[in-house]
Design a protein around this ligand. Structure first.
Ligand code: UD1
Ligand code: UDP
Length: 366
């Protein structure tokens, strides 16, 4: 009997970070034929992750264009994946999370009536416009997935509320934790050897924060750094020119603010570990930082990852600059609040999610 052909589709940086541990686990099981497809929704930021894990895609659709709109990216990707699925005839398709790549991979699998496994399933804000368009993408693939790999009990309960039957839900932990633990101790700590003080790490890229919210947060972060002379602000800039323009304008030309190119994943993980405080609108960073006990202020109005907020390792502060300053000052000056946030156990898993996903697929074909 031929081996089941499992196709995993990635396109963005977080897709690859959270999917490659599953690819590695599947490739260790000779009973599967594992094919990694890249849509190339991202380019440099995605290639960095393939290089970090030493895994290259078997097929690359190379779709990224500068300034791509959601509609045209979705259209081009849909055509390309339709052709590829006709050729490859996968028996199972997997994708993670909430990106355009995930949505279109799911939709294409649905049109071809191929079973679809959703990695990082069940995260919800219940506001389809926030995060935009990610909440829609996640909910949409949840309508037809054959397997939902929920990272936590809360995400599983969201799925049950949407009448997903129990036998389709697998609570696995988040594969992003598998990834971060794979690379965490790979390199020595080399960040800012001449800086003896504290490091604040900031990343922002989300569509709903483009423009005014990002400008306001950047200004407030600059003020926070000005007020605390022992601090340094590290700002890895997403490659999107819309994001970079704001960050360069508001945070440039400051002796203690480092605007840097996005470090590759193992080095970025070292930067998280070197940090004392994180300001971010990233999904993945919200999950990774608690593994290292670093408090997070979430620069968003909603989060589909309330587990960290409920556990106490993250605070959802929105994008009001006054809130950023209030919470930032408190964390930099109040040791008891800092200790309370940094001593929380991560709610996102212990790094064994990929194995559990492979086990679920094995049982599916048994
Ligand atoms: C996408 C995801 C978002 C995820 C983010 C991770 C969607 C709708 N959004 O948003 O959920 O949080 O990735 O980073 O899928 N660019 C480059 N090089 C790269 C990557 C991007 O130059 O390696 C530039 C290009 O000009 C591109 C633009 O960034 O057109 C935007 O990329 P896109 O994937 O459309 O959106 P993101 O904001 O990255
Ligand atoms: N990341 C990275 N280099 C960077 C910034 C982020 O490797 O300069 C990693 C980060 O550790 C996390 C992932 O990229 O695993 C998150 O990507 P991003 O914030 O772009 O997307 P999101 O998680 O918000 O969808």
């Amino acid at each position: 009997m031929s081996k089941p052909r499992v196709v995993l589709v990635v396109g963005t940086r977080p897709d690859a970070i959270k999917t490659l541990p599953v690819v590695i686990a599947l490739r260790n099981d000779p009973s599967f034929e594992t094919i990694l497809v890249s849509t190339g929704q991202h380019r440099e930021m995605l290639q960095q992750v393939f290089d970090t894990f030493g895994v290259q895609p078997d097929r690359d659709l190379e779709l990224m264009k500068h300034g791509q709109s959601l509609g045209e990216l979705t259209g081009r990707m849909s055509l390309a994946l339709d052709e590829l699925f006709k050729e490859l005839k996968p028996q199972f398709v997997l994708a993670q999370g909430d990106t355009t790549t995930t949505f279109v991979a799911g939709l294409s699998a649905f049109y071809h009536q191929i079973p679809f496994g959703h990695v990082e399933a069940g995260l919800r804000t219940h506001n389809v416009f926030d995060p935009f368009p990610e909440e829609f993408n996640r909910q949409a693939v949840g309508l037809f997935a054959t397997h939902h790999y929920a990272p936590t009990e809360l995400s599983a309960s969201n799925l049950r509320r949407e009448h997903v039957s129990d036998e389709k839900i697998f609570i696995t932990g988040n594969t992003g934790i598998d990834a971060v633990l794979m690379v965490a101790e790979r390199e020595p700590q080399t960040w800012f050897p001449d800086h003896k003080g504290r490091v604040v790490l900031m990343t922002m890229h989300r569509r709903e924060n483009w423009g005014e919210p990002m400008t306001a947060c950047a200004k407030a972060a600059r003020q926070l750094i000005d007020e605390h002379e022992d601090t340094l602000l590290a700002v890895p800039m997403h490659r999107n020119p819309i994001v970079r323009e704001v960050l360069e304008k508001e945070l440039g030309n400051h002796p203690r603010i480092h605007l840097i190119e996005p470090p590759e994943y193992a080095r970025f993980t070292k930067l998280i570990q070197r940090s004392n405080l994180i300001l971010t609108d990233s999904g993945g960073v919200q999950e990774e930082a608690p593994s290292f006990g670093i408090p997070i202020l979430v620069l968003r109005n909603t989060t589909e990852r309330p587990e960290g907020v409920d556990a106490g390792c993250a605070t959802l502060i929105g994008t009001d600059p006054a809130a950023l300053l209030t919470h930032g000052r408190e964390l930099l000056n109040d040791p008891s609040r800092y200790a309370a946030m940094s001593q929380v156990k991560s709610p996102y898993g212990e790094g064994k999610a990929s194995q559990q996903i492979v086990e679920a697929i094995r049982n599916y074909f048994a």
